[in-house]
Design a protein around this ligand. Structure first.
Ligand code: ADP
Ligand code: MG
Length: 409
């Protein structure tokens, strides 16, 4: 179990500087509407309120070619000119300043090497700092201890509030915890508590809804919950892949071909039996087709899925039911969203977890609102994690979370 920020005596830390890892991995230009920004504000506010200075750390996109990461040395032969500076975090300065109502000091890449961190922070009038995109630095993605040590100089303790990237073994998530007392932030705590609830204290009927693009990401969740859940409602690419595995014609539909050939096909073929043997795994009974592709679930399927959602007490949803971005193929996802929202509103016993980048976007579009917090009402939790959530829900240990335990505070 990680140490939670909410459990520590913050007054003891007043006057100190916190290195806060968050997830600001948002496309340039889309900062303003980003749900990811709003959900990390509570931790920042709590720290500032307790007179703790905050240095915000995040990565954004892929500013450097992967192969460049393999060069040796932390800085010397790192060609800064090859970095895509469009992915600088500087564009968050006005937004964070406005949302938090205090001024913020940005630390550019070049300066970060020249400054004496402790001296610099104590001399500045600002209490909030934003570090440049961590992937501008060599060693972030290779979990390099030298980068971790360099970053650790900027704070007295460390908080991870970036659940969505905690499945990665990166310097600012894992190696850094070797150098500083480390804690889980408020958002991280919400993620862990809500996901643990559906993993350990779920109520039945328990329904898992899986759609989206790749079935390979989701197989772990199916395996983990196979003996726990009552229904798996399948849509999107995973449904197509199951159809293909059963030898049904799928035209040019999106399928995971590798899943049909790799050893994992064993799992698929174990599901690839008569429906009566596996009543839990529910595939669409009708579909909508465009351009010779299966692009959404059909009307009868919507009806059948909604009936099951209505009687469920626990629901996990990842992956849109169809290609909802394309006109005419959003209905399945929209209807599922509505059924889930109705359940959240009506059934006091319901517990619902939704996650995934596109799933959250589709959910917001269908509902016509942009949730500003992870808990939309007491029964509906929107995870900030896509891959991280799926790995967590597959029972895997996430390096960014396990590294928060056992560090002296
Ligand atoms: P998330 O980001 O929520 O984890 P995924 O990344 O797995 O979800 O998948 C989302 C994408 O899957 C969407 O862009 C959607 O258009 C696509 N998708 C869903 N169903 C289909 C389909 N039947 N055919 C093609 N693409 C689909
Ligand atoms: Mg996605």
């Amino acid at each position: 179990m990680p140490r939670y920020l909410s459990n520590i005596n913050l007054r003891k830390l007043s006057g100190k500087t916190c290195l806060l890892r968050v997830d600001l991995n948002i496309e340039p230009g889309e900062e303003k509407n980003a749900y990811r920004v709003d959900v990390v504000l509570p931790t920042i506010k709590l720290l500032l309120k307790n007179k703790i200075k905050v240095v915000i750390l995040s990565h954004r996109g892929r500013p450097v070619l992967k192969s460049t990461q393999l060069l040796k040395g932390l800085k010397s032969d790192w060609d800064f000119n090859k970095i895509n500076r469009r992915l600088s975090l500087k564009s968050f300065v006005p937004l964070l300043t406005r949302k938090l109502g205090i001024s913020l000091c940005f630390i550019p890449y070049e300066h970060s090497w020249l400054l004496d961190p402790k001296k610099f922070i104590s001399q500045r009038k600002e209490r909030l700092f934003l570090f440049e995109n961590l992937r501008f630095y060599r060693g972030e993605e290779t979990n390099d201890w030298r980068l971790a040590k360099f970053l650790a100089n900027w704070g007295d303790f460390y908080i991870n509030d970036a659940f969505a990237v905690s499945h990665r073994n990166n310097a600012s998530l894992t190696a850094i915890t070797k150098y500083l007392p480390s804690y889980a932030g408020l958002l991280m705590e919400k993620e862990i508590r809500n996901l643990d609830k559906v993993m350990k204290n779920y109520k039945r009927p328990f329904t898992i809804i899986l759609g989206g693009a790749k079935i390979s990401d989701k197989i772990g969740v199916i395996k983990y919950f196979w003996n726990k859940a009552d229904y798996f409602l399948i849509g999107g690419g995973p449904a197509n892949t199951f159809f293909a595995a059963q030898g049904l014609p799928v035209g040019d539909s999106l399928i995971n071909r590798s899943m049909l050939e790799s050893p994992t096909s064993k799992i698929l073929s174990s599901f690839n039996v008569r429906k009566s043997d596996f009543p839990k795994l529910i595939l669409p009974v009708d579909v909508k087709i465009g351009d010779n592709k299966i692009l959404d679930i059909g009307e009868r399927t919507i009806e059948e899925y909604n009936k099951i959602i209505k009687k469920s007490k626990t629901i996990i949803w990842n992956g849109p039911m169809g290609m909802f971005e394309k006109k005419g193929f959003a209905k399945g996802t929209k209807k599922i969203t509505q059924a889930i929202c109705q359940l959240a509103d009506k059934n006091k016993k319901a517990q619902i977890v939704i996650g995934g980048g596109e799933t959250t976007a589709a959910f917001q579009a269908a509902r016509g609102v942009i949730p500003r917090q992870v808990c939309v009402g007491p029964r509906l939790f929107i995870s900030t994690g896509g891959g991280a959530m799926l790995e967590y829900l597959s029972g895997k240990k996430l390096p960014g979370i396990t590294s928060l335990a056992g560090v002296r505070g």
